[in-house]
Design a protein around this ligand. Structure first.
Ligand code: ADP
Length: 362
């Protein structure tokens, strides 16, 4: 097992810099997910850790050893990719045994490891099969089996679930998390899918344009995003936003929106005149047909434009200050398009950001 430390890591392709000085310390046994939109540099960063991409600058320490120039095979890393790249003419057993055989290990030494890995990954009944006789999920499990038998100090997963259908992705998510709980190894996992990041990670690293936006435990990031990027990236449906200017109202500070509507800002720490963006998650808005929200809670009216039942809950869409908002209701049939509703925005669940810098205001 190994801790991993990145200090001031950057990457240039010719004149173009795509990773801009990453500092990140990953503990031994930690499951860290790198998440961010396509092109933000996640794969490049992971490939630098793996030794598949040259590091342009900074220090990479794996298990305390500076590893910038160490060849990949000396880093004691196993990698699982999106394409599982199994050998089609080899059985499941031989696919998993491929690495140990190449390294000239004796079968008596690797056979028990393969059997243990197969058992852990529910592949024991499939060891004689060829890959074409397996489902997508089983093939991905064989790819993981191949990674597990190496007994690496560090696992790297690069979008391993992207090729699977939605249902299988959910199932494999749970399996990878369970695998980590059993093996307690260090994992760096790359995905663009914020749900994968939220559900699997011990800590999430949110990346954007070659930089880290925020690092933290999933629910800490969800509850206290440090900036507008993280606030809008994590959560589905996404956080609702309203832009305006802080003004003083009869009962304290308000956010005056572009269309003249005002939202009370109880206890907000931004001076009058500041351009701010208010954020609130769909599930934190209380919706009523009545004209008044609860006492002491900021309210705003919305005309429902679209009603989207998902079964478990219903999403109601409308416009606030020119932005489309989504509000989650657990009532199945209480609302319909065209209705004017009152939204109550409980102070404890409001997020306020400086519009220009994007930073959270305490
Ligand atoms: P992600 O994994 O987050 O989708 P990547 O790490 O693949 O992003 O890419 C980060 C950036 O680096 C992108 O803008 C991409 O176009 C650029 N890039 C990746 N590989 C190369 C390359 N070999 N040459 C030039 N630019 C590259």
């Amino acid at each position: 097992m190994a801790a991993v430390q990145l200090s001031g890591i950057f990457k240039r392709y010719g004149e173009t810099q795509v990773v801009h000085g990453i500092d990140l310390a990953i503990d031994d046994g930690e499951f860290v997910v790198l998440v961010g939109p396509s092109g933000c540099g996640k794969s490049t960063l992971m490939r630098m850790v793996a030794g598949l991409e040259e590091i342009s600058g900074g220090d990479l320490l794996i298990g305390g050893t500076r590893s910038n120039s160490l060849p990949p095979q000396q880093r004691n890393i196993s990698m699982v990719f999106q394409s599982y790249a199994l050998y089609p003419h080899l059985s499941v057993y031989e696919n998993i045994a491929f690495g140990p055989r190449i390294r000239k290990e004796s079968p008596t030494s690797f056979k028990p490891r393969i059997e243990a890995a197969a058992k852990m990954l529910n592949l024991s009944g499939y060891l004689d099969r060829l890959p074409r006789a397996l489902s997508g999920g089983q093939r991905q499990r064989v790819a993981m089996g191949r990674a597990v038998v190496r007994e690496p100090s560090l696992f790297l997963f690069d979008e391993p679930l992207s090729n699977l259908d939605a249902k299988l992705r959910v199932q494999m998510r749970t399996e990878i998390k369970a695998l980590h709980q059993r093996l307690k190894n260090t994992i760096i996992y790359v995905t663009h899918d914020q749900i994968e990041a939220m559900t699997m990670a011990d800590r999430i690293v949110v990346m954007n344009a070659g930089r880290i936006e925020q690092v933290g435990r999933p629910l800490d990031l969800y509850d206290r995003p440090a900036n507008l990027f993280v606030a809008s990236f994590l959560g589905s449906p996404s956080m609702n936003f309203a832009e305006g200017v802080v003004a003083s109202g009869a009962q304290g500070p308000v956010l005056k929106l572009g269309d003249g509507a005002e939202i009370g800002l109880p206890g907000a720490g931004a001076p009058v005149g500041t351009k701010c963006t208010l954020g609130v998650r769909p599930e934190h808005v209380d919706i009523t047909l009545a004209n008044q929200g609860a006492a002491g809670v900021a309210v705003v009216t919305m005309d429902i434009e679209v009603v989207e039942p998902t079964g478990a809950e219903t999403h109601l869409y409308g416009k606030i200050g020119g932005n489309t908002w989504c509000v989650t209701s657990h009532l199945r049939s209480a609302f319909e398009p065209g209705q004017r509703v009152t939204l109550s925005l409980p102070a404890g669940n409001l997020h306020l950001f400086d519009t220009e810098s994007g930073r959270r205001i305490a």
